[in-house]
Design a protein around this ligand. Structure first.
Ligand code: IPE
Ligand code: IPE
Ligand code: MG
Length: 251
């Protein structure tokens, strides 16, 4: 199990771009915000399904660093919904032994929301059954730049030399550093792009794109993604034959 590249049939870490709330609402002639509301219900159900399946880490993209470009009314509804959901679900997360970790540049959020995030993180920090990472004001490029800055500061202070910087030291300064890398990436809503989600961390992740709009994402669709994942051969640069030999010798 120490081999970070050991392929298990169940992903340890699933990362999801929850896309399609706006289109879901439009189809029903509802305001986009009704789609976000319905999206929260899908989040709750997805957390429950992942718990039942034994997923160790679930990362959800809730708000990207580019989503500030949306109409201010929509942005403020998203903020309010995020805070309301955290307040409402904190106790349930805790009872289910789920640790909450919010990743992204939180300094841009209202003070109330920042406090709420740190309270729920503090409450749940010792929980071990599952980690729920929520990416909020997150951007993959921001993540890489903040890691570079942290290393640069150490070099300036004289506690690190540039020669000592390697991939694993760099990775240890990124968001989610203490967690296994995402095994399975899911994007709902039919778009085939990363939209500045985890750039570094997705280097060897298996991708699954679904046309299902996020509010309609359910257990059956999650199971389809998991079944597809189980069929994939993760080679990490090796040949198929090498993997068969490795498998035979470990059996
Ligand atoms: C994803 O749904 C939710 C957020 C980005 C917050 P969208 O709001 O992007 O829905 P579509 O893509 O417009 O349908
Ligand atoms: C990505 O969805 C961000 C989240 C789901 C939070 P977007 O809907 O913002 O992505 P683009 O704009 O279509 O690339
Ligand atoms: Mg979208």
């Amino acid at each position: 199990m120490n081999d970070p590249h050991a392929h298990t049939l169940l992903p340890r870490h699933v990362a999801i771009i929850m896309d399609g709330n706006g289109r879901w609402a439009k189809l029903r002639k509802l305001p986009r915000t009704a789609g976000h509301q319905a999206g929260v219900t899908a989040v709750r159900k997805t957390v429950e399904h992942c718990l039942r399946r034994g997923i160790e880490v679930l990362t959800l993209f809730a708000f990207s660093s580019e989503n500030w470009r949306r109409p201010p009314e929509e942005v403020s509804v998203l903020m309010r919904l995020f805070q309301l959901t955290l307040e409402r679900e904190a106790q349930k997360l805790h009872e289910n032994d789920i640790r909450l970790q919010v990743i992204g540049d939180l300094t841009a959020f209202p003070g109330d929301l920042q406090r709420c995030i740190s309270e729920v993180q503090h409450l749940t920090q010792a929980n071990r059954r599952m980690t729920l990472a929520v990416a909020a004001n997150y951007g993959g490029r921001w993540d890489i730049v903040q890691a570079a800055k942290a290393l640069a500061r150490q070099v300036e202070r004289g506690t690190l030399t540039s020669e000592e910087i390697d991939e694993s030291l760099f990775a240890s300064h990124l968001s989610l550093a203490d967690l296994p890398e995402p095994d399975l990436f899911i994007r709902t809503g039919g778009e085939l792009r990363i939209s500045n989600f985890l750039l570094w961390q997705l280097a060897y992740t298996e991708f699954y794109f679904s046309d299902v709009l996020w509010p309609d994402f359910d257990e059956a669709e999650l199971d389809r993604a998991l079944a597809e994942y189980a069929r994939r051969e993760r080679r990490f640069g090796h040949t198929s034959e090498q993997l068969e030999i490795k498998l035979a010798s470990s059996a």
